[in-house]
Design a protein around this ligand. Structure first.
Ligand code: COA
Length: 140
């Protein structure tokens, strides 16, 4: 049976196999993942027994804005509503009930998010990527 939790008291290394399946999260380390987990406002994980098979996380001010990141379902469990359940648990989480606007980026999963009520009408995002900067600005 698949279970879901918003508790963060698990070993951060449990997330790494999932991260390896997502192009943007590939190569993340245990140390940085532990820090990320600690600093993330809401982290939902889906579990099959003692294995993490899905996740999604939120950074927020709890009032006006929340951004959703790292929504990933293990390939062996995709198409079984795990991603939808993670998203519902984010959008309906009691701690976020006041949040006015949830924001996320996606390259190719528009249909998945449109099913959940997201709209791509306002294409206003821009990004500053430290990894694309000269080495000098990375060290600052
Ligand atoms: C996108 C992702 C999280 C969806 O999770 P999932 O558990 O497979 O999705 P669900 O089973 O809850 O699917 C819900 C609906 O979305 C649709 N859907 C799922 N993945 C989709 C995809 N890749 N493209 C289009 N629609 C998709 C399903 O067909 C389903 O629609 P239906 O209810 O009308 O049949 C999962 O495919 C994944 O982890 N992909 C790799 C990582 C990724 O790209 N994450 C998104 C980052 S923005």
């Amino acid at each position: 049976m698949i279970t879901y939790t918003d508790h963060k008291d698990f070993a951060p290394a449990a997330l790494l196999p999932l991260f390896e399946q997502a192009p943007w999260a590939h190569g993340r380390t245990v140390i940085e993942t532990a820090e990320m987990l600690r600093q993330t406002d809401l982290f939902i994980t889906a579990w099959d027994d003692n294995r993490v098979i899905g996740c999604g996380r939120v950074l927020t001010d709890y009032v006006y804005r929340a951004s959703i990141w790292d929504v990933i379902v293990d390939a062996a469990y995709q198409g079984q509503d795990v991603g939808t359940e993670i998203m519902h648990r984010i959008l309906n989480h009691p701690a976020l009930h006041r949040v006015e606007l949830f924001w996320l980026c996606t390259r190719d999963k528009h249909a998945f998010y449109e099913n959940l009520g997201f709209s791509a009408k306002e294409q206003t995002g821009m990004v500053w990527d430290r990894r694309q900067r000269p080495a000098s600005s990375r060290d600052e």
